[in-house]
Design a protein around this ligand. Structure first.
Ligand SMILES: C[S@@+](CC[C@H](N)C(=O)[O-])C[C@H]1O[C@@H](n2cnc3c(N)ncnc32)[C@H](O)[C@@H]1O
Length: 346
């Protein structure tokens, strides 16, 4: 049965963290509706079993759980709302709980965090007299999030431990290349391609394997190719280092891929700065690559790809017959704006 859920996002991009959570639900064929989002909070209706999948897969979600209520960001409104909640649905009798309030981006100066936490705890205790506040080791954790004009109150169900992503930062890998992407973004590419555990995930410009490592650690059957054999050797070393076994790696030009019927492609092609296009204009390379994608992608399959905005992969993809599902702009520095686009094939 569906419930109202909240996801506290990392906020390290205005749209990617929410898109990543939604893509995970779609990859796992879990329906959702009533989506509302801003850069820090996503709320929707879905089956709560999706929370464990988000915990396992997402790189840009911090905490998630049941949304109990949402209201205007004023103490009066918050207190009014909390008094209407039937807390016996959330805390067992004689159990313990805590209430923590977060004020995001230093917003909500009018909210006194400690005072509000105490007040909300007192109201819950008086509604369920056999329960007790325990700040050190609570059985249930309520969380209040004060963000701009809104206040969200929920029961925390998962905390996404994304520290392991930092252990795979490029400089800690045995083989390095300046063009590789960091694990957080690589993980996001994999999720946006709607890849699933045990299914094939292809990166046809795999470089030293940044995307393949994340896909492999999520349980995908990873397949990578690159025109440069040095990159393939390095990708092999990196994948072994992170215990990604069973990956298929081959030397191949992405415009002549020896595959077909692939469900998920996640890739970061070269654009002639950090990594070479081997003398081919980026637009020409992309046009020829997209013709090949249209051939190898299965019906309903997804491609997640990034490129400098001036290459205009949106138009190139549309011309090749694919559909655009979503796009996200990433400002890397003054002279480089990239666009991450997800396509599918109908
Ligand atoms: C931006 S890098 C990929 C980085 C990779 N995502 C990573 O994390 O290491 C692009 C790669 O495309 C490869 N490449 C360039 N032209 C190619 C082509 N026509 N077919 C296949 N690979 C190509 C380059 O050798 C380079 O390794």
């Amino acid at each position: 049965m569906n419930s109202k859920l909240f996801f506290l996002l990392s906020g390290n991009h205005p749209t990617l963290p929410a898109a990543e959570v939604l893509a995970i639900l779609e990859a796992e064929k879990l329906g959702y509706d009533k989506v509302s989002t801003n850069p820090k909070i996503l709320t929707l209706n879905a089956n709560p079993k999706c929370l464990q999948l988000v915990k396992k897969r997402a790189g840009m979600c911090e905490v998630a759980g049941n949304l109990i209520f949402q209201c205007e960001n004023s103490e009066e409104q918050i207190i009014n709302k909390i008094k209407q909640v039937d807390f016996s649905e959330y805390v067992d009798s004689e159990s313990t709980f805590s209430v923590r309030v977060s004020k995001l981006f230093g917003s909500s100066e009018h909210i006194n965090k400690m005072h509000l936490e105490r007040e909300l705890g007192r109201i819950i205790e008086s509604a369920l007299p056999l329960t007790k506040v325990d700040l050190k080791n609570p059985y249930k954790q309520f969380i209040g999030i004060s963000y701009m004009d809104h206040f969200f109150f929920g029961l925390k169900k998962i905390s996404c431990k994304t520290n392991s992503l930092k252990l795979r930062t490029p400089k800690l890998r045995p083989e390095l290349h300046p063009s590789t992407i960091d694990p957080l973004l690589a993980r996001c590419f994999v999720n946006l391609s709607r890849a699933k555990a045990d299914e094939i995930l292809l990166d046809p410009f795999c470089g030293v394997g940044g995307i393949l490592i994340e896909g492999g650690l999520l349980g995908c059957q990873v397949v990578g190719s690159d025109r440069d054999y040095v990159m393939i050797n390095k990708a092999n070393t990196n994948l072994k280092h992170y215990d990604v076994n069973g990956a298929s790696l081959l030397i191949a030009d992405s415009r002549m891929c020896p595959y077909e019927n692939v469900n998920s492609i996640a890739t970061d092609p070269p654009y002639g700065r950090g990594s070479s296009t081997m003398g081919i204009r980026p637009q020409k390379l992309m046009k020829e690559f997209f013709i090949e994608v249209n051939r190898i992608l299965s019906r309903d399959g997804h491609l997640c790809i990034a490129s400098p905005i001036n290459v205009n992969i949106k138009n190139i993809g549309l011309d090749s017959g694919l559909n655009i599902i979503e796009s996200h702009v990433m400002r890397v520095h003054k002279s480089l704006v990239r666009e991450l686009v997800v396509f599918n094939k109908k």
